[in-house]
Ligand binder design. Structure first.
Ligand SMILES: *Cc1c(COP(=O)(O)O)cnc(C)c1O
Length: 368
């Protein structure tokens, strides 16, 4: 049986290097609650992203939930977002008490279609949560303009963008806040982990409270917070992986370009349109089968039979998941472009150490 190739494979430091990083924890016995590794990692990340503030989290999802809550938006408000994303984006909106309003995506880079946002704004709209899907940066200029005009908050789900720049700036700096995910399957990982990046000084205390039960000090709980802190082992993994992120991205780029060379001139196979001002992290390799000789599902099954695990990211749309699809408030939003793309898209294996030989094998199967 052929070896299994998964859609991704977590980047890791050497065993020795990680052990060196965590060694002092055996002296301090301080394993979580904002210890030395947490402090160190936070400082390094701030430098890396050139962003005023970063709050570290145990995962990206709780980071998103917490920042939505921290914005102090009007209760029961509507939040404009897209359904072509990982389900976390929609869940975070609903779980914090807001109503998702689904805007369609554009067919070039699959981010929110900015020409369709204004039509969806009502008296109840409080925020926009756009997704930089596959590392494609949303039209931030247009979104800013709309947000300003209607006094809406903008929180970017930037989970796919770590290590990128747009016009030389890290996506950590866009909107009122942005979240990253450092999950094991992402370009940069802290095993599990996440972060909120923001510039408003007032949010520092609120977010610190929210992720640590609301504790200001041992006898003062100022806020009804939960628990979403990043622990020392996660932070140590982050410190190690941050040292090699640039090389990892370079390696991914090579893999990406080989796929592109092999597949881009095939009729019926479509790559995402590359954005001009973006330095990519090559986090995903989505290709669309649009009038190709085989359907997306046929290709998916064929690859699977050869132990190659591609993923149908993002299918179904979040609005079509069991828990959402029959809600009358969600049913009424039509997103035909997102639907069309989600039925044809396939995300192929892509990671730093994927060999060119394996890429060739995958491409051969697709082309034959
Ligand atoms: C991974 C991901 C998240 C959630 O991050 P976790 O760290 O897994 O909690 C949120 N949004 C998007 C778009 C993601 O891909």
């Amino acid at each position: 049986m052929k070896k299994i190739i998964n859609v991704t494979r977590s980047s890791m430091p050497t065993y020795k290097e990680y052990c060196k990083e965590i060694k002092e924890l055996w002296k301090t016995h301080w394993l979580t609650n904002m210890g030395v590794k947490h402090e160190h990692f936070q400082k390094e990340l701030k430098k890396f992203c050139k962003v005023p503030h970063i709050a570290l989290y145990t995962n990206g999802h709780l980071a998103l939930e917490n920042i939505i809550t921290a914005m102090n938006l009007k209760k029961d408000g509507e939040i404009i977002t897209t359904p072509f994303t990982f389900v976390s984006t929609t869940h975070a909106i609903v779980r914090t008490g807001f109503k998702p309003v689904f805007c369609d995506i554009n067919d070039k880079d699959y981010t929110i279609d900015v020409t369709k946002i204004e039509k969806l704004i009502t008296k109840k709209t409080v925020a926009i949560v756009p997704v930089h899907v596959y590392g494609n940066i949303c039209n931030i200029e247009a979104i800013n303009k709309i947000a300003k005009k209607y006094k809406l908050k903008v929180i970017y789900d930037a989970a796919h963008t770590f290590g990128e720049t747009y016009k030389g700036i890290s996506p950590a700096n866009f909107g009122d806040a942005s979240i990253f995910s450092f999950h094991a399957t992402k370009v940069f990982n802290t095993i599990e982990g996440g972060a909120i990046c923001f510039s408003d000084n007032k949010l520092v205390q609120i977010l610190n409270d929210m992720k640590d039960f609301g504790f200001r000090d041992a006898e003062n709980v100022a806020y009804i917070g939960g628990n979403a802190k990043m622990n020392e082992f996660q932070a140590a993994m982050g410190i190690c992986n941050l040292k090699t992120i640039k090389q990892e991205i370079q390696k991914r780029k090579k893999v990406y370009e080989h796929y592109k060379k092999r597949l881009q001139n095939t009729k019926g196979i479509k790559f995402c349109k590359k954005q001009k001002n973006v330095k990519y992290n090559y986090s995903y390799l989505p290709i669309m089968f649009d009038n190709y000789k085989y359907t997306r599902d046929e290709i998916f099954e064929k690859l699977k039979s050869q132990n190659i695990m591609a993923r149908k990211y993002f299918y179904p749309l979040t609005s079509n998941f069991e828990c959402y699809k029959n809600l009358p408030t969600i049913k009424k939003y039509k997103t035909p472009v997102a639907k069309y793309i989600s039925e044809r898209i396939l995300t192929l294996p892509l990671y730093a150490d994927l060999s060119i030989k394996d890429v060739d094998r995958i491409c051969d199967i697709i082309l034959k």
